[in-house]
Design a protein around this ligand. Structure first.
Ligand code: GLY
Length: 409
């Protein structure tokens, strides 16, 4: 009886805590590889800590502000909490603080910057509440277990679920505009993690159903035969019909915008972790195969901003894509069969080594505390081209910590 009670509690706890990574390592490393990788990781994390603290000190007294980017003129641009990236910096601080619990400053700053994101709980016009809240409050709750963080996540999930379009089976990304009625971008797969988390925690089957419906519909309508993805799919909310398949941030409607491919890869690996549904594992495998088999990779495996940009190699990279891909592949390597796992891990390690090198890592004490250089927000809009961006830093730190965990378990 007592035993059953403990098993039930353990199961409940497993469902209630968002898992950064559920699988166990399948790739074996030699002792020498472990030493070398651990050295690389610790150096990169030490640098990330120093940079994050530098940024936190600079922003500490700027009420409500969160980092956005450093532009080409070296200007540090910040945002209020409603910019889609507001959760990434608090998330970086939480992840680094979890890695080094004795560092009280990291923890204090994680709490401070997380509180700045709190008003997002009332945001009803953006699908990005998933990014904003799960990357800040989600980590805060996961790491501290403090239930005071939950109502904010719960409000965010409710507002995200309200964007679901039943006839189309997807959650609207952007508000209707001149070009699109109900645009859904591949990036939105990432927001489903918030619905998975709160759906399980609150036993709200509707949220879980929405996440599943969104993921399966996106698989059907966003993906091409070769497992590359469109960026934007526009839906008719009355009939559910697909109206357009286009791009906003990519080179062309039928091209492979780099970051979009990575959001999809990460999103399906995450959905497999959260649901155990093999359909998602298969999708993530196929996307990983497509990506690793693509032409137009540079030697260092940090992709150009769009795989089909005709100016390659004379165009810019997107370090954020490499960071998201590395983090996703490390997780996928724990789910997939051994032969694939090795391939995913080798690619991720190659990408992390590149990002940790002086070619991509900002020199210590520079760039207002950003960690990585050379990311691209929107090339077609000439916005945030070849500069440091918070999400590159976030997924880089996450990937380093995921690898560290696997190496040392
Ligand atoms: N979700 C916006 C982007 O990836 O640029």
């Amino acid at each position: 009886m007592k035993r059953n009670f403990f098993i039930a509690c353990a199961l409940l706890l497993c469902c209630a805590i968002p898992m950064q990574m559920a699988g166990k390592g399948k790739v074996k490393f030699s002792a020498q590889e472990k030493v070398e990788l651990n050295q690389m990781i610790e150096k990169a994390l030490g640098n990330a800590r120093n940079q994050a603290l530098l940024m936190a000190r600079e922003l500490e007294n700027q009420e409500g502000r969160l980092p956005k980017n450093v532009d080409k003129n070296g200007k540090f641009n910040t945002s209020d909490c409603f910019w889609w990236c507001s959760g990434f910096f608090p998330g970086i601080l939480w992840m680094l603080s979890e890695d080094q619990p004795q560092n009280k400053q990291l923890r204090q700053y994680a709490e401070l910057f997380t509180q700045r994101v709190e008003p997002v709980r009332n945001e009803k016009h953006s699908h990005d509440v998933g990014f904003m809240l799960n990357c800040s409050f989600g980590h805060a709750y996961r790491i501290t277990g403090d239930k005071a963080y939950l109502p904010v996540l719960s409000d965010g999930a409710r507002n995200l679920a309200a964007r679901f379009i039943p006839k189309a089976g997807v959650t609207r990304s952007w508000e209707p505009n001149k070009k699109w009625k109900n645009p859904v971008i591949i990036d939105n797969m990432m927001n489903m993690e918030l619905l998975e988390l709160i759906g399980k925690m609150e036993k709200n089957q509707r949220y879980l159903d929405i996440a599943e419906s969104h993921a399966k519909t996106t698989m059907k309508n966003h993906y091409r035969e070769d497992y590359s993805t469109f960026h934007v799919v526009d839906y008719d909310d009355q009939t559910g019909e697909v109206l357009h398949r286009q791009t906003a941030q990519g080179y062309a409607d039928n091209s492979a915008w780099a970051r979009g491919q990575m959001w999809g890869l990460y999103g399906y690996s995450m959905m497999y972790r959260e649901t155990g549904d093999k359909t998602y594992l298969k999708q993530a495998q196929q996307v990983a195969k497509y990506l690793t088999g693509r032409s137009n990779w540079p030697e260092d495996m940090v992709p150009y901003w769009d795989f089909d940009c005709p100016d390659i190699p004379n165009t810019v990279r997107d370090a954020s894509s490499a960071a998201i891909m590395a983090s996703a592949l490390i997780e996928l390597s724990t789910f997939d069969k051994k032969s694939n796992a090795k391939r995913w891990m080798a690619t991720a390690i190659k990408q992390l080594k590149s990002l940790a090198s002086p070619a991509y890592t900002a020199p210590a004490g520079t760039h207002h505390g950003f960690i990585l250089l050379h990311s691209t927000g929107s090339f077609p809009a000439n916005s945030e081209v070849d500069i440091p961006l918070t999400y590159a830093d976030y997924y880089y730190v996450e990937a380093l910590l995921r690898l560290k965990k696997l190496l040392n378990n």
